[in-house]
Design a protein around this ligand. Structure first.
Ligand code: HEC
Length: 113
């Protein structure tokens, strides 16, 4: 059992391909225990229930520019390490495949107007 866990970790070779399930998984992570919704809101507009208390405000993920870039690789990096000196902390505890799916989901929010 332990062995399969060890085998699953490896060097990062860029974004994994986006599959039919990717956005579904990403949405589940976004809306689940990771807590993104509390700050960024259900639809990503930066209007979650605790947003009012934050400075800087949580990003409107659908249309505001991203300081650290909005390619899927850059969003993955942001989700891993966070943004310095803000309430946007890193989420390295989210399993890597889930974190990639989340990055794809965040990028997909930007495409809908
Ligand atoms: C405690 C509140 C909080 C939580 C929880 C949170 N964020 Fe953020 N997030 C922020 C704030 C605040 C900013 C804007 C920081 C700034 O202006 O520099 C931000 C910025 C971002 C950005 C823009 C990064 C950039 O380069 O500008 C992305 C993408 C993002 N968050 C995604 C997420 C995702 C996905 C989750 C869930 C895993 C999440 N955030 C959880 C507060 C939060």
């Amino acid at each position: 059992m332990l062995a399969s866990v060890v085998v699953a970790t490896g060097a990062l070779a860029g974004a994994p391909p986006r599959t039919a399930k990717t956005l579904e998984t990403g949405k589940a992570v976004y809306e689940g225990g990771a807590g993104c919704v509390a700050c960024h809101g259900q639809s990503g507009r930066g209007d979650g229930p605790v947003a009012f208390a934050l400075n800087p405000k949580p990003r409107d993920l659908t249309r505001e520019p991203f300081k650290a870039g909005d390619s899927v690789e850059q969003v993955f990096a942001t989700l891993t390490t966070g943004l310095a000196n803000t309430k946007m902390v890193g989420f390295p505890q989210i399993k890597e495949p889930d974190r990639w799916a989340l990055a794809y989901y965040v990028v997909s929010m930007r495409q809908k107007k």
